[in-house]
Design a protein around this ligand. Structure first.
Ligand code: DLL
Length: 439
Protein backbone atom coordinates (compact mmCIF):
# COMPACT_ATOMS: atom_id res chain seq x y z
CA UNK A 1 0.00 0.00 0.00
CA UNK A 2 1.31 3.46 -0.86
CA UNK A 3 2.59 5.45 2.12
CA UNK A 4 1.28 8.95 1.75
CA UNK A 5 2.68 11.23 4.42
CA UNK A 6 3.09 15.00 4.45
CA UNK A 7 5.34 15.06 7.54
CA UNK A 8 6.49 11.44 7.95
CA UNK A 9 8.81 12.19 10.89
CA UNK A 10 5.79 13.33 12.91
CA UNK A 11 3.09 11.09 11.48
CA UNK A 12 5.02 7.87 12.08
CA UNK A 13 6.81 8.86 15.30
CA UNK A 14 6.91 6.01 17.85
CA UNK A 15 4.31 6.35 20.60
CA UNK A 16 6.85 6.91 23.40
CA UNK A 17 8.37 9.80 21.43
CA UNK A 18 4.96 11.33 20.76
CA UNK A 19 4.13 11.18 24.44
CA UNK A 20 7.49 12.69 25.38
CA UNK A 21 6.88 15.51 22.90
CA UNK A 22 3.34 16.03 24.22
CA UNK A 23 4.64 16.25 27.78
CA UNK A 24 7.25 18.86 26.89
CA UNK A 25 4.75 20.94 24.92
CA UNK A 26 2.07 20.64 27.62
CA UNK A 27 4.35 22.00 30.36
CA UNK A 28 5.19 25.02 28.18
CA UNK A 29 1.61 25.55 27.06
CA UNK A 30 0.17 25.49 30.59
CA UNK A 31 2.66 28.17 31.58
CA UNK A 32 1.75 30.25 28.50
CA UNK A 33 -1.96 30.00 29.26
CA UNK A 34 -1.60 30.62 33.00
CA UNK A 35 0.48 33.72 32.44
CA UNK A 36 -1.61 35.19 29.64
CA UNK A 37 -5.25 34.16 30.05
CA UNK A 38 -6.82 35.50 33.22
CA UNK A 39 -10.01 33.51 32.65
CA UNK A 40 -8.11 30.20 32.63
CA UNK A 41 -5.77 31.28 35.43
CA UNK A 42 -8.88 31.86 37.59
CA UNK A 43 -10.19 28.40 36.68
CA UNK A 44 -6.84 26.83 37.63
CA UNK A 45 -6.64 28.82 40.86
CA UNK A 46 -10.17 27.78 41.78
CA UNK A 47 -9.10 24.14 41.29
CA UNK A 48 -5.90 24.73 43.25
CA UNK A 49 -3.59 23.85 40.32
CA UNK A 50 -0.40 25.77 39.54
CA UNK A 51 1.65 25.45 36.33
CA UNK A 52 4.46 23.72 38.28
CA UNK A 53 2.00 20.91 39.17
CA UNK A 54 1.91 19.92 35.51
CA UNK A 55 5.08 17.98 34.80
CA UNK A 56 3.80 15.93 31.85
CA UNK A 57 0.76 14.35 30.24
CA UNK A 58 0.22 12.18 33.33
CA UNK A 59 -0.84 15.41 35.11
CA UNK A 60 -3.29 16.54 32.42
CA UNK A 61 -6.29 15.35 34.45
CA UNK A 62 -5.47 17.95 37.12
CA UNK A 63 -6.37 20.82 34.77
CA UNK A 64 -9.89 22.26 34.63
CA UNK A 65 -12.09 21.70 31.58
CA UNK A 66 -13.20 24.48 29.25
CA UNK A 67 -16.74 24.37 27.90
CA UNK A 68 -18.46 26.28 25.14
CA UNK A 69 -20.20 28.38 27.82
CA UNK A 70 -16.79 29.57 29.05
CA UNK A 71 -15.99 30.76 25.54
CA UNK A 72 -19.29 32.61 25.34
CA UNK A 73 -18.66 34.19 28.70
CA UNK A 74 -15.15 35.22 27.69
CA UNK A 75 -16.35 36.59 24.32
CA UNK A 76 -14.67 38.20 22.50
CA UNK A 77 -11.16 38.66 23.94
CA UNK A 78 -11.27 36.86 27.30
CA UNK A 79 -9.43 33.75 26.07
CA UNK A 80 -6.89 35.58 23.96
CA UNK A 81 -3.32 34.69 25.00
CA UNK A 82 -1.32 37.02 22.75
CA UNK A 83 -1.39 40.66 21.81
CA UNK A 84 -4.13 41.33 19.30
CA UNK A 85 -1.57 42.75 16.89
CA UNK A 86 0.08 39.29 16.63
CA UNK A 87 -3.23 37.84 15.40
CA UNK A 88 -3.88 37.62 11.68
CA UNK A 89 -7.29 35.92 11.45
CA UNK A 90 -10.51 35.05 13.22
CA UNK A 91 -13.00 32.30 12.55
CA UNK A 92 -16.28 31.82 14.31
CA UNK A 93 -18.97 29.31 15.12
CA UNK A 94 -22.64 30.13 14.92
CA UNK A 95 -23.94 31.36 18.27
CA UNK A 96 -26.81 29.84 20.23
CA UNK A 97 -28.42 33.10 21.25
CA UNK A 98 -26.65 35.44 18.92
CA UNK A 99 -23.36 35.28 20.82
CA UNK A 100 -20.80 33.59 18.67
CA UNK A 101 -17.56 31.96 19.70
CA UNK A 102 -14.69 33.83 18.09
CA UNK A 103 -11.36 32.02 17.70
CA UNK A 104 -8.15 33.96 16.99
CA UNK A 105 -5.12 32.79 15.03
CA UNK A 106 -1.55 34.04 14.79
CA UNK A 107 0.40 33.26 11.61
CA UNK A 108 2.01 30.37 13.50
CA UNK A 109 -1.46 29.02 14.37
CA UNK A 110 -2.61 29.27 10.75
CA UNK A 111 0.54 27.46 9.56
CA UNK A 112 0.05 24.63 12.04
CA UNK A 113 -3.61 24.27 11.06
CA UNK A 114 -2.85 24.29 7.34
CA UNK A 115 -0.16 21.64 7.85
CA UNK A 116 -2.77 19.44 9.52
CA UNK A 117 -5.02 19.89 6.48
CA UNK A 118 -2.07 19.17 4.18
CA UNK A 119 -1.55 15.87 6.04
CA UNK A 120 -5.21 15.00 5.34
CA UNK A 121 -4.88 15.83 1.65
CA UNK A 122 -1.67 13.81 1.26
CA UNK A 123 -3.23 10.90 3.19
CA UNK A 124 -6.00 10.96 0.57
CA UNK A 125 -3.36 10.62 -2.16
CA UNK A 126 -2.89 14.33 -2.91
CA UNK A 127 0.33 15.65 -4.49
CA UNK A 128 1.37 18.80 -6.33
CA UNK A 129 0.00 17.21 -9.52
CA UNK A 130 -3.52 17.46 -8.17
CA UNK A 131 -6.29 19.95 -8.80
CA UNK A 132 -8.08 20.45 -5.51
CA UNK A 133 -11.62 21.84 -5.63
CA UNK A 134 -12.50 23.40 -2.29
CA UNK A 135 -16.31 23.54 -2.09
CA UNK A 136 -16.57 24.08 1.65
CA UNK A 137 -17.90 27.51 2.57
CA UNK A 138 -15.31 30.29 2.76
CA UNK A 139 -15.72 32.96 5.42
CA UNK A 140 -16.14 32.66 9.17
CA UNK A 141 -16.60 28.88 8.79
CA UNK A 142 -13.26 27.07 8.95
CA UNK A 143 -13.93 24.51 6.18
CA UNK A 144 -12.98 26.63 3.16
CA UNK A 145 -9.96 28.38 4.64
CA UNK A 146 -8.54 25.22 6.23
CA UNK A 147 -8.61 22.97 3.17
CA UNK A 148 -7.60 25.89 0.95
CA UNK A 149 -4.46 26.44 3.06
CA UNK A 150 -3.72 22.71 3.15
CA UNK A 151 -4.08 22.45 -0.61
CA UNK A 152 -1.57 25.31 -1.08
CA UNK A 153 0.91 23.65 1.27
CA UNK A 154 0.73 20.42 -0.75
CA UNK A 155 1.19 22.45 -3.93
CA UNK A 156 -2.11 21.41 -5.54
CA UNK A 157 -3.72 23.73 -8.04
CA UNK A 158 -6.44 25.07 -5.75
CA UNK A 159 -9.95 25.90 -7.00
CA UNK A 160 -11.36 28.18 -4.28
CA UNK A 161 -15.01 27.58 -5.20
CA UNK A 162 -16.68 27.95 -1.79
CA UNK A 163 -20.02 26.15 -1.47
CA UNK A 164 -23.08 26.51 -3.68
CA UNK A 165 -23.61 27.38 -7.35
CA UNK A 166 -23.56 23.71 -8.31
CA UNK A 167 -23.64 24.31 -12.07
CA UNK A 168 -20.45 26.37 -11.80
CA UNK A 169 -18.87 23.75 -9.51
CA UNK A 170 -19.52 21.12 -12.17
CA UNK A 171 -18.31 23.27 -15.02
CA UNK A 172 -14.99 23.99 -13.27
CA UNK A 173 -14.67 20.40 -12.09
CA UNK A 174 -14.98 19.12 -15.66
CA UNK A 175 -13.14 21.91 -17.53
CA UNK A 176 -10.20 22.12 -15.09
CA UNK A 177 -9.98 18.38 -14.39
CA UNK A 178 -10.40 18.56 -10.63
CA UNK A 179 -8.94 15.43 -8.99
CA UNK A 180 -9.77 16.08 -5.32
CA UNK A 181 -13.09 17.41 -4.03
CA UNK A 182 -13.37 18.93 -0.53
CA UNK A 183 -16.86 19.70 0.82
CA UNK A 184 -19.49 18.41 3.23
CA UNK A 185 -20.60 14.84 2.49
CA UNK A 186 -24.15 16.00 1.80
CA UNK A 187 -22.91 18.51 -0.76
CA UNK A 188 -20.72 15.82 -2.35
CA UNK A 189 -23.79 13.59 -2.64
CA UNK A 190 -25.74 16.45 -4.21
CA UNK A 191 -22.96 17.17 -6.71
CA UNK A 192 -22.93 13.43 -7.56
CA UNK A 193 -26.67 13.44 -8.22
CA UNK A 194 -26.50 16.61 -10.29
CA UNK A 195 -23.70 15.14 -12.41
CA UNK A 196 -25.89 12.10 -13.03
CA UNK A 197 -28.89 14.28 -13.95
CA UNK A 198 -26.71 16.14 -16.44
CA UNK A 199 -25.90 12.80 -18.08
CA UNK A 200 -22.30 12.40 -16.82
CA UNK A 201 -21.06 8.94 -15.82
CA UNK A 202 -18.63 8.54 -12.88
CA UNK A 203 -15.77 7.86 -15.29
CA UNK A 204 -16.36 11.17 -17.11
CA UNK A 205 -14.79 13.20 -14.30
CA UNK A 206 -11.12 13.12 -13.24
CA UNK A 207 -11.83 13.06 -9.51
CA UNK A 208 -9.94 10.41 -7.52
CA UNK A 209 -10.61 11.41 -3.91
CA UNK A 210 -12.93 13.45 -1.74
CA UNK A 211 -12.25 14.89 1.73
CA UNK A 212 -15.57 15.21 3.46
CA UNK A 213 -16.49 16.25 7.00
CA UNK A 214 -18.10 18.89 9.25
CA UNK A 215 -21.26 16.80 9.64
CA UNK A 216 -22.18 13.21 10.42
CA UNK A 217 -22.36 10.74 7.56
CA UNK A 218 -22.83 7.01 7.38
CA UNK A 219 -20.84 4.24 5.69
CA UNK A 220 -23.79 3.79 3.29
CA UNK A 221 -23.50 7.42 2.31
CA UNK A 222 -19.76 6.95 1.79
CA UNK A 223 -20.42 4.05 -0.59
CA UNK A 224 -23.06 6.02 -2.54
CA UNK A 225 -20.76 9.01 -2.95
CA UNK A 226 -17.84 6.80 -3.93
CA UNK A 227 -19.97 5.04 -6.55
CA UNK A 228 -21.61 8.16 -7.98
CA UNK A 229 -18.41 10.19 -8.23
CA UNK A 230 -16.02 7.29 -8.93
CA UNK A 231 -13.72 8.27 -6.04
CA UNK A 232 -12.43 7.20 -2.64
CA UNK A 233 -14.13 9.29 0.07
CA UNK A 234 -12.15 10.24 3.20
CA UNK A 235 -13.51 11.59 6.47
CA UNK A 236 -12.01 14.67 8.15
CA UNK A 237 -12.81 16.12 11.57
CA UNK A 238 -12.24 19.33 13.48
CA UNK A 239 -13.92 22.18 15.27
CA UNK A 240 -13.61 25.93 15.17
CA UNK A 241 -12.81 26.31 18.86
CA UNK A 242 -9.61 24.29 18.48
CA UNK A 243 -8.46 25.09 14.95
CA UNK A 244 -10.86 23.78 12.30
CA UNK A 245 -10.72 20.79 9.93
CA UNK A 246 -7.67 18.54 9.98
CA UNK A 247 -7.45 17.86 13.71
CA UNK A 248 -8.13 14.27 12.64
CA UNK A 249 -8.25 12.67 9.20
CA UNK A 250 -8.65 9.31 7.53
CA UNK A 251 -5.86 7.42 5.81
CA UNK A 252 -6.19 4.86 3.01
CA UNK A 253 -7.52 2.32 5.55
CA UNK A 254 -10.70 4.45 5.91
CA UNK A 255 -11.13 3.03 9.38
CA UNK A 256 -11.25 5.85 11.92
CA UNK A 257 -9.52 9.22 11.82
CA UNK A 258 -5.93 9.72 13.01
CA UNK A 259 -5.67 12.57 15.50
CA UNK A 260 -2.62 14.80 14.95
CA UNK A 261 -1.15 13.95 18.33
CA UNK A 262 1.94 16.12 17.98
CA UNK A 263 -0.47 19.09 18.18
CA UNK A 264 -3.45 17.79 20.17
CA UNK A 265 -3.98 15.53 23.16
CA UNK A 266 -7.28 13.66 23.03
CA UNK A 267 -9.05 12.31 26.09
CA UNK A 268 -12.37 10.52 26.47
CA UNK A 269 -14.42 11.39 29.53
CA UNK A 270 -17.70 10.38 31.05
CA UNK A 271 -19.88 13.38 30.09
CA UNK A 272 -21.84 13.17 33.32
CA UNK A 273 -18.99 12.95 35.83
CA UNK A 274 -15.96 14.26 33.92
CA UNK A 275 -14.03 11.09 34.83
CA UNK A 276 -11.31 10.17 32.29
CA UNK A 277 -12.12 6.84 30.60
CA UNK A 278 -9.62 4.33 29.26
CA UNK A 279 -8.88 4.18 25.53
CA UNK A 280 -11.53 2.00 23.85
CA UNK A 281 -14.44 3.25 25.93
CA UNK A 282 -17.19 5.44 24.53
CA UNK A 283 -17.48 8.96 25.93
CA UNK A 284 -17.06 12.66 25.25
CA UNK A 285 -14.00 13.75 23.31
CA UNK A 286 -11.85 16.39 25.02
CA UNK A 287 -8.99 18.20 23.29
CA UNK A 288 -5.94 20.03 24.55
CA UNK A 289 -4.16 22.06 21.87
CA UNK A 290 -0.40 22.00 22.46
CA UNK A 291 0.97 24.63 20.11
CA UNK A 292 -1.63 27.32 19.72
CA UNK A 293 -0.47 30.83 20.52
CA UNK A 294 -3.55 33.02 20.25
CA UNK A 295 -6.43 30.84 21.40
CA UNK A 296 -4.89 27.98 23.35
CA UNK A 297 -7.68 25.61 24.36
CA UNK A 298 -6.93 23.34 27.33
CA UNK A 299 -9.15 20.29 27.97
CA UNK A 300 -11.91 21.63 25.74
CA UNK A 301 -15.10 19.57 25.92
CA UNK A 302 -16.27 19.00 22.34
CA UNK A 303 -19.64 17.39 23.29
CA UNK A 304 -18.88 14.83 20.54
CA UNK A 305 -19.28 11.25 21.70
CA UNK A 306 -16.78 8.81 20.23
CA UNK A 307 -14.30 5.99 20.88
CA UNK A 308 -10.49 6.12 20.55
CA UNK A 309 -8.30 3.28 19.35
CA UNK A 310 -4.57 2.62 19.69
CA UNK A 311 -4.75 -0.38 17.39
CA UNK A 312 -1.86 -0.36 14.93
CA UNK A 313 -2.85 1.00 11.52
CA UNK A 314 -1.49 -0.51 8.32
CA UNK A 315 -0.82 3.01 6.97
CA UNK A 316 2.13 3.25 9.38
CA UNK A 317 0.84 6.29 11.26
CA UNK A 318 1.23 5.95 15.00
CA UNK A 319 -1.40 8.60 15.82
CA UNK A 320 -4.40 7.41 17.83
CA UNK A 321 -7.63 7.00 15.86
CA UNK A 322 -11.12 8.28 16.68
CA UNK A 323 -14.39 6.87 15.39
CA UNK A 324 -16.80 9.18 13.62
CA UNK A 325 -18.71 11.14 16.25
CA UNK A 326 -21.46 8.75 17.38
CA UNK A 327 -23.70 11.44 18.86
CA UNK A 328 -23.54 14.58 20.96
CA UNK A 329 -23.96 15.20 24.64
CA UNK A 330 -25.79 18.50 24.03
CA UNK A 331 -28.72 19.46 21.84
CA UNK A 332 -26.73 20.77 18.87
CA UNK A 333 -27.95 19.58 15.47
CA UNK A 334 -25.87 19.67 12.34
CA UNK A 335 -28.04 20.55 9.37
CA UNK A 336 -26.41 20.83 5.94
CA UNK A 337 -23.07 21.14 7.71
CA UNK A 338 -24.23 24.07 9.87
CA UNK A 339 -24.44 23.81 13.66
CA UNK A 340 -27.93 24.67 14.87
CA UNK A 341 -29.17 24.89 18.46
CA UNK A 342 -32.90 24.92 19.30
CA UNK A 343 -32.17 27.91 21.56
CA UNK A 344 -31.21 29.97 18.48
CA UNK A 345 -34.58 29.22 16.93
CA UNK A 346 -36.34 30.10 20.15
CA UNK A 347 -34.49 33.42 20.33
CA UNK A 348 -35.63 34.36 16.80
CA UNK A 349 -39.25 33.43 17.57
CA UNK A 350 -39.29 35.57 20.71
CA UNK A 351 -37.66 38.47 18.87
CA UNK A 352 -40.26 38.26 16.13
CA UNK A 353 -43.17 38.23 18.58
CA UNK A 354 -44.05 34.52 18.52
CA UNK A 355 -44.55 32.30 21.55
CA UNK A 356 -41.91 29.56 21.83
CA UNK A 357 -44.30 26.84 20.70
CA UNK A 358 -42.54 25.20 17.82
CA UNK A 359 -41.29 21.92 16.46
CA UNK A 360 -38.22 21.35 14.33
CA UNK A 361 -38.34 18.51 11.83
CA UNK A 362 -35.11 17.42 10.20
CA UNK A 363 -34.80 14.66 7.62
CA UNK A 364 -32.45 13.58 4.86
CA UNK A 365 -33.98 13.19 1.41
CA UNK A 366 -31.79 12.31 -1.59
CA UNK A 367 -28.74 12.81 0.62
CA UNK A 368 -29.68 16.40 1.42
CA UNK A 369 -30.93 17.56 4.81
CA UNK A 370 -34.44 18.99 4.92
CA UNK A 371 -35.20 21.48 7.68
CA UNK A 372 -38.78 22.46 8.59
CA UNK A 373 -40.05 24.46 11.55
CA UNK A 374 -43.69 24.42 12.59
CA UNK A 375 -44.50 27.56 14.55
CA UNK A 376 -47.75 28.26 16.36
CA UNK A 377 -49.40 31.59 15.75
CA UNK A 378 -50.75 33.47 18.78
CA UNK A 379 -54.56 33.56 19.11
CA UNK A 380 -54.62 37.31 18.46
CA UNK A 381 -52.53 36.97 15.29
CA UNK A 382 -54.34 33.95 13.95
CA UNK A 383 -55.94 34.33 10.55
CA UNK A 384 -56.64 31.88 7.80
CA UNK A 385 -55.97 34.29 4.96
CA UNK A 386 -53.26 32.45 3.00
CA UNK A 387 -51.49 35.55 1.59
CA UNK A 388 -50.99 37.06 5.04
CA UNK A 389 -49.65 33.78 6.37
CA UNK A 390 -47.26 33.28 3.47
CA UNK A 391 -45.83 36.76 3.94
CA UNK A 392 -45.29 36.18 7.64
CA UNK A 393 -43.67 32.81 6.95
CA UNK A 394 -41.27 34.55 4.57
CA UNK A 395 -40.41 37.21 7.16
CA UNK A 396 -39.72 34.61 9.80
CA UNK A 397 -37.68 32.58 7.34
CA UNK A 398 -35.35 35.51 6.62
CA UNK A 399 -34.94 36.21 10.36
CA UNK A 400 -34.01 32.53 10.84
CA UNK A 401 -31.59 32.66 7.91
CA UNK A 402 -29.90 35.73 9.42
CA UNK A 403 -29.41 33.91 12.74
CA UNK A 404 -28.62 30.40 11.54
CA UNK A 405 -26.96 30.91 8.17
CA UNK A 406 -29.32 28.38 6.55
CA UNK A 407 -32.90 28.58 5.35
CA UNK A 408 -35.53 26.52 7.14
CA UNK A 409 -38.99 26.04 5.66
CA UNK A 410 -41.40 27.80 8.05
CA UNK A 411 -44.96 26.57 8.51
CA UNK A 412 -47.20 28.81 10.62
CA UNK A 413 -49.80 26.60 12.24
CA UNK A 414 -52.98 27.24 14.23
CA UNK A 415 -52.74 28.14 17.93
CA UNK A 416 -52.50 25.12 20.26
CA UNK A 417 -52.02 22.71 17.35
CA UNK A 418 -48.55 21.55 18.44
CA UNK A 419 -48.90 18.76 20.99
CA UNK A 420 -48.01 19.85 24.53
CA UNK A 421 -45.85 17.58 26.57
CA UNK A 422 -46.11 16.91 30.26
CA UNK A 423 -42.42 16.46 30.56
CA UNK A 424 -39.64 17.89 28.43
CA UNK A 425 -41.07 19.47 25.29
CA UNK A 426 -40.24 17.51 22.15
CA UNK A 427 -38.76 20.32 20.13
CA UNK A 428 -36.81 18.28 17.63
CA UNK A 429 -37.90 15.39 15.46
CA UNK A 430 -34.76 14.16 13.74
CA UNK A 431 -35.90 11.61 11.20
CA UNK A 432 -32.29 11.13 10.04
CA UNK A 433 -31.88 8.76 12.98
CA UNK A 434 -33.63 6.05 10.94
CA UNK A 435 -30.64 6.28 8.54
CA UNK A 436 -28.22 5.72 11.40
CA UNK A 437 -27.22 9.40 11.53
CA UNK A 438 -27.13 10.13 15.21
CA UNK A 439 -26.27 13.82 15.37
O1 DLL B 1 -17.21 21.65 11.16
C1 DLL B 1 -14.83 22.10 11.03
C2 DLL B 1 -14.72 21.25 9.82
C3 DLL B 1 -14.78 21.83 8.56
C4 DLL B 1 -14.51 19.87 9.95
C5 DLL B 1 -14.64 21.04 7.42
C6 DLL B 1 -14.36 19.08 8.82
C7 DLL B 1 -14.42 19.66 7.56
P1 DLL B 1 -17.56 23.55 13.43
O2 DLL B 1 -18.47 24.25 12.48
O3 DLL B 1 -17.06 24.30 14.61
O4 DLL B 1 -16.28 23.06 12.70
O5 DLL B 1 -18.33 22.25 13.90
C8 DLL B 1 -17.70 21.31 14.73
O6 DLL B 1 -18.95 19.54 13.68
O7 DLL B 1 -17.93 19.24 17.09
C9 DLL B 1 -18.72 17.80 15.27
O8 DLL B 1 -19.92 17.70 16.02
C10 DLL B 1 -19.06 18.13 13.82
N1 DLL B 1 -18.12 17.47 12.89
C11 DLL B 1 -16.97 17.98 12.40
N2 DLL B 1 -16.39 17.07 11.57
C12 DLL B 1 -17.19 15.97 11.57
C13 DLL B 1 -17.14 14.69 10.95
C14 DLL B 1 -16.23 22.21 11.59
N3 DLL B 1 -16.15 14.34 10.13
C15 DLL B 1 -18.61 20.13 14.95
N4 DLL B 1 -18.14 13.81 11.21
C16 DLL B 1 -17.91 19.01 15.71
C17 DLL B 1 -19.16 14.15 12.04
C18 DLL B 1 -18.29 16.24 12.43
N5 DLL B 1 -19.26 15.32 12.65
Amino acid sequence: MAKNYYQPEMETMPLEDIQQLQSEKLVKQVKHVYENVKYYRDLMDAKGVKPEDIKGIEDLHKLPFIKKDDLREAYPYGMLATDLNKCVRIHSTSGTTGKRVVAFYTQHDVDMWEECCARAIVAAGGTNDDVCQVAYGYGLFTGGAGLHGGSHKVGCLTLPMSSGNTDRQIQFMMDLNATILCCTPSYAAYIGETLKEKGYKPEDNKLKAGIFGAEPWTEEMRHDIEKNLGIKAYDIYGLTEISGPGMAFECEEQHGMHINEDHFIAEIINPETGEVLPVGEKGELVFTALDKEAFPMMRYRTRDICVLSREKCSCGRSFIRMTKPLGRSDDMMIIRGVNVFPSQIEAVLLNCGYAPNYQIIVDRVNNTDTFDINVEMKEEDFSDIPVGITNREKELQSAMKAMLGINPKIHLVAPKSIARSEGKAVRVIDKRKRLGITI
